[in-house]
Ligand binder design. Structure first.
Ligand SMILES: Cc1cc2nc3c(=O)[nH]c(=O)nc-3n(C[C@H](O)[C@H](O)[C@H](O)COP(=O)(O)O)c2cc1C
Length: 173
């Protein structure tokens, strides 16, 4: 059976570039062919501010439960990751457990890597395994053409390595 890779679009603000970044990665991962790639855009989900009870939003739980591996697409906001992404990660529990996760980040000069370093700490607490290689787009506003392609020469190779590492972990568990 083809394993399922869940790609989460982490930013939800109006005018965001997140979907452009995510779609680039989705096309790349689909061309690779290792995974059945499915997207969860957090802008389409009602995320609970109150985490006191229940199993969280059904939409996130059902979607995450069907995925074998994840990629979090995250911007950098004030040297961190967006609150929407934290809410999504906090809102369900066992659906993340024991599954590998990679990152596609973007931002200014640092390309979102500070957000990713923080996310690695969070996903470890959720019993996820974060893979080493990640994709990072610096100066993201200039990184994509109108047709969604990128002239970034590093990103495709990094994406290949990350997808390969996710696949290796999926085969192991
Ligand atoms: C509240 C806020 C804080 C930001 N802080 C940073 C930052 O610390 N480092 C950085 O590189 N870019 C920062 N940026 C720029 C964002 O990375 C850039 O606007 C990016 O497009 C945001 O992703 P989005 O369009 O998907 O929301 C910030 C943007 C916002 C809205």
């Amino acid at each position: 059976m083809v394993p399922v890779l869940g790609v989460i679009v982490g930013s939800v603000r109006a005018g965001r570039i997140g979907p452009t970044v995510a779609q680039w990665f989705v096309r790349h991962a689909e061309a690779d062919g290792t995974f059945d790639v499915r997207v969860l855009d957090l802008a389409d989900v009602v995320l609970p501010l109150d985490l006191s009870g229940g199993d969280g939003p059904d939409a996130v739980a059902a979607w995450a439960g069907e995925c074998d591996a994840f990629v979090l697409v995250t911007p950098e906001y004030n040297h961190g990751y967006p609150a929407s992404l934290k809410l999504a990660l906090d809102s369900v529990k066992h659906e993340w457990r024991g599954k590998p996760v990679g990152f596609v980040s973007y931002g200014g000069m640092a390309g979102g890597v500070r957000a990713v370093e923080q996310l690695r700490q969070v996903v470890a607490e959720l019993h996820m395994v974060s893979v080493r290689d990640a994709v990072s787009f610096g100066r993201v506003k200039r990184a994509f053409e109108v047709d969604g392609t990128t002239r970034d020469e590093v990103a495709p190779d990094a994406a290949d390595r990350m997808v390969g590492q996710l696949a290796a972990w999926v085969r192991r568990v």
